[in-house]
Design a binder for this molecule. Structure first.
Ligand SMILES: Nc1ncnc2c1ncn2[C@@H]1O[C@H](COP(=O)(O)OP(=O)(O)OP(=O)(O)O)[C@@H](O)[C@H]1O
Ligand SMILES: C[C@@](O)(CCOP(=O)(O)O)CC(=O)O
Length: 509
């Protein structure tokens, strides 16, 4: 086999902007995570024993029981059409995977339009072998920890092997809300576009410009496939984070995808619609990152929330009580924008005087936020930094209050009392800057931002203190996730042997 193509894409956390981001008038504060999905595409160079055997694509997700999907590909040069047929799944004791099937079908069809039949057939050779793997964080690891007699703590999570086997079928796994399907579709579509030479390798190089055309094409195609597979057009912040990394996201007008959303084969050619040169793609991605020497902490709260029903109810209430809702949307939007600008201001302060900033982070990590402004005699350059950290805390609390108000008015438990209790306990610990319920809220998860000073004994780290709150919490079943903010931005190419555990997964036939 020739060298495999590997592309990874990160998961996401919507720190602020839930529900508002569905409306193009508002934006969302999106953080991409260090936890990633990986797609490895290998070309099958060897001809099948039967010379007339059709081109076959095999897709495997070895973390799951019976997760092998086989497809045959027919490329019709006359019709400019590619047909990707799943094999009868019963024969392989696997159920269909709509997300994978649509990603293959639409990416191959786009490739035929973009590079022509001959080039596509060359790249497909005698077939493709595709392996998909998601970092452990995308799926609840409670059972794996329990099986090893380990507690649900961050140090215990670090002892699990990478891409740990879940021991269940894909349909039965407990997801953690990091956006597995968006990261999966993004890594699969991007790896295929690269492998089939539709986009150049530079598009996904770790240092490529975020707005590179190849990356934008991959974004548009991944949004399309994800909407089609989910059967709805959401805001798309998850796919955008998977491509472009942490950002302030403003959605695209769903009208761009309307001509392609009907069931069955697309009625129109794909390329003119998904091409980045189509001005109807009016999403906006502004740069964003969390401040230096802070750490994003995430926990999966084992209760489960029906996000689509939350969205339906909130939007229904917004229509019915539009005056009150619009006032709430505007107030929340002002808070969200001020929060994102305040977080960005901290990065600026670090760039201006990293010594003062580092001292402040170390100092704040020993104090509860109520004490941050209570001490006189602090040098002015440090006091200025403390004030911005304190503003960040106040803003996260104000956003939470508004999200609770939204939930009460719409009759949806966006930050239910059990989560309020847990979050209050966490944000009152020393060194905790703020937190909230990510995305649509509910009982699923919490996020926190904590000071992360360097050269601190582990027991003095705010993350350790939060970990203790989580492991002792009895009101809800709280299980930490290992993810932090992605240092590597959005989608990127990887060397197979540099991702621990990935080669072994690919080689295990
Ligand atoms: N490892 C995987 N291999 C193959 N397909 C996967 C894998 N993980 C997820 N999928 C696909 O994604 C689908 C789940 O998508 P869904 O939109 O329900 O999840 P999600 O909202 O992204 O979940 P979460 O945000 O909690 O991670 C699965 O049914 C499957 O088709
Ligand atoms: C409610 C909503 O704004 C965010 C949902 O986020 P999450 O899937 O709960 O992380 C929906 C959307 O943006 O598509």
């Amino acid at each position: 086999m020739s060298a495999p193509t590997v592309v990874s894409a990160p998961g996401k956390v919507l720190v602020a902007g839930g529900y508002l981001v569905l409306d193009p008038a508002y934006s969302g504060v999106v953080v991409s995570t260090s936890s990633r999905f990986y797609t490895v595409v290998s070309t099958v160079d060897r001809p099948a024993p039967d010379a007339h055997a059709p081109i076959q694509i095999r897709v495997r997700s070895p973390q799951f029981v019976d997760a092998v999907w086989l497809y045959t590909v027919a490329v019709d040069p006359a019709l400019n059409a590619v047909v990707v047929d799943p094999h009868a799944h019963k024969a392989h004791s696997t159920s269909a995977n709509k997300f994978v099937h649509l990603a293959l079908q639409r990416t191959l069809a786009l490739a035929q339009e973009a590079v022509g039949t001959g080039s596509l057939q060359n790249s497909l050779a005698h077939g493709l072998d595709i392996t998909i793997a998601g970092d452990n964080d995308f799926y609840s690891q409670r059972a794996q920890l329990a099986a090893r007699g380990l507690p649900a703590t961050l140090p215990a999570l670090a002892q699990l092997p990478p891409f740990a086997s879940t021991g269940v079928r894909l349909a039965d796994v407990h997801k953690t809300g990091l956006g597995s399907s968006a990261a999966l579709i993004t890594s699969l579509v991007s790896a295929l576009l690269l492998h089939l030479r539709v986009v150049p390798p530079a598009s996904f190089a770790p240092d490529a410009a975020p707005a590179a055309d190849g990356r934008a094409l991959s974004h548009n195609l991944a949004q399309y496939v994800h909407c089609l597979a989910q059967g709805k057009v959401g805001s798309g912040f998850d796919v955008s984070a998977a491509l472009f990394g942490s950002q302030l996201y403003t959605r695209f007008d769903p009208a761009v995808l309307e001509p392609l959303m009907a069931d069955g084969a697309p009625a129109a050619p794909l390329l003119p619609i998904v091409s980045p040169s189509n001005p109807a793609w009016n999403y906006h991605v502004a740069p964003f990152k969390l401040p230096p020497l802070t750490r994003l902490m995430l926990a999966d709260v084992d209760a489960g929330t029906d996000t689509p029903s939350f969205v339906g109810k909130v939007l229904k209430w917004r229509k019915e009580d539009s005056e009150r809702a619009n006032a709430l949307w505007d107030a929340l939007n002002r808070l969200n924008n001020t929060l994102s600008q305040t977080l960005l201001k901290l990065s600026e302060l670090y760039a201006q005087d990293d010594a003062a900033y580092k001292k402040v982070v170390k100092y704040l990590s020993t104090l509860q936020s109520v004490q941050w402004l209570a001490h006189p005699g602090i040098p002015p350059e440090e006091q200025a930094v403390i004030e911005v950290f304190s503003d960040t805390h106040d803003l996260t609390q104000a956003v939470r209050a508004k999200m609770r108000e939204m939930g009460e008015l719409a009759g949806v438990p966006i930050e239910p009392p059990e989560q309020t209790e847990l979050l209050n306990a966490c944000v009152s610990r020393a060194g905790v800057i703020g937190g909230g319920v990510p995305g649509a809220g509910g009982y699923d998860a919490v996020w926190l931002l904590v000071c992360d000073p360097t050269l601190c004994p582990p027991e003095e780290l705010p993350s350790t203190r939060v970990g203790l709150v989580w492991s002792k919490w009895t009101g809800l079943d709280v299980s930490p996730l290992a993810a932090q903010e992605s240092a590597a931005g959005g989608a990127r190419t990887e060397a197979l042997d540099e991702v621990p555990g990935l080669r072994a997964l690919v080689d295990a036939a």
